[in-house]
Design a protein around this ligand. Sequence first.
Ligand code: AMP
Ligand code: ZN
Length: 470
Amino acid sequence: MKIYNTLSKTKEEFVPLEKGKVSMYVCGPTVYNLIHIGNARPMIIFDTFRKYLEYKGFEVNYVSNFTDVDDKIIKKAIEEGCSAEEISQRYIAECKKDMAGLNVKPATTHPLATQEIDGMIEMIQILIDKGFAYNANGTVYYRTRKFSEYGKLSKKNIDDLEAGHRDIKVAGEESKEDPLDFVLWKPKKEGEPAWNSPWGQGRPGWHIECSVMSKKYLGDEIDIHAGGEDLIFPHHENEIAQSEAANGCPFAKYWMHNGFLNIDNKKMSKSLGNFFTVRDISEKYDLQVLRFFMLSAHYRSPLNFSDTLMEAAKNGLERIVTAGEKLRDAVSNGKEGELQQNEAALIDEAKKYVKKFEEAMDDDCNTANAISSVFELVKFANSKVSSDSSKKFACALYDILSGLCDVLGIILEKEKDAVGDEAYIEEMIEKRAQAKKDKNFALADEIREELAQKGILLKDTREGTKWSRA
Ligand code: AMP
Ligand code: ZN
């Protein structure tokens, strides 16, 4: 399997540090608002890549943080007259809801920056002891020039950077030894959350957070570090400088970056105000459609968001889901017994699409081509399954299709997930029986209607209420 490594600017064969295992860190969102669909792009892409690694048999340790201390969170807390923690907790919960709707699997660990301050202080102290950082009146800076490989990820030349920086005089940064130095620890300002440290009360800089959380949950050296391409510089460049100087070994073997989600060919961002939240989209579409839309382009290409492309994604997804339904029907109604003549050969033929799918995913996670092979499989299944097919044949094709859909995170059997488990249905039936006893017929009808909308039909019999799927 090959992945494009931003560090070498080439597609490289993927060889994990430890056989059969993958350690992966994906920079997560700053939680001061509902996430927008640009933020959802790395979540969906790297979740799909993780699912593919698991499909290939790797054990994946997947870590994605929440940045829960930041100027924007503090600003929002001041606006709302509440604590920064209240803001970050609220939007972490909302983000997790969106992730569930997008069928993004929770990370092995979702660390919070504010819970990892001790580790940050420790790493900053190591950097000071090694001469890579210095304290200037309560602000600790990284001595950028001391890290001789600075710029290796973003391919920036340190002298060009310095020329650029000279023009920009940032207020309050006069204590820096060099304009290129960046902040590891900043002193407390009135009304801001702060922690005790050897350099006085304050809070960490953004870059040190990821270096520390990655080290704690995945180790000094990891396989893959990922995020949106805007993070290459300065965030990931600075993470490399910090981690490699502190740990004395390479930080990440592979660096993966997704392209931007644009709108009217401009980057979608909160600061430009040209964004849709995932929640906005969920009012019009099932979030599966958004997921499918994101996967229909190569992850490194820019992707322009439009109604037309979302409608195309909706139709494409429907074609796949309908093929799944048709196959399930064929399983229920198919002929009992062994595979019939030709059916074994047809199953082998269907496996060709699996091979194509894997080849696409092995080629730097090319989900666009992988989806094409799913469409080919759908077309094949639609044309080969009929009322004469055996149960076994329909079942084999369904397993092939659902195996590929699982990698892409496409849910083929939606109703069950929407309704939850059978215990939920029983609970609703009991609630309805109680409502009837209480002569609250309006509530009883409401419950029946709610279940009907989810495809669950109720039938009142002498033995009680029975249910079936529509
Ligand atoms: P932020 O909360 O801005 O730190 O972003 C969280 C993640 O979303 C990072 O990996 C960003 O690179 C990514 N991201 C933000 N905006 C976009 C966008 N318009 N398109 C793709 N990725 C984005
Ligand atoms: Zn990060």
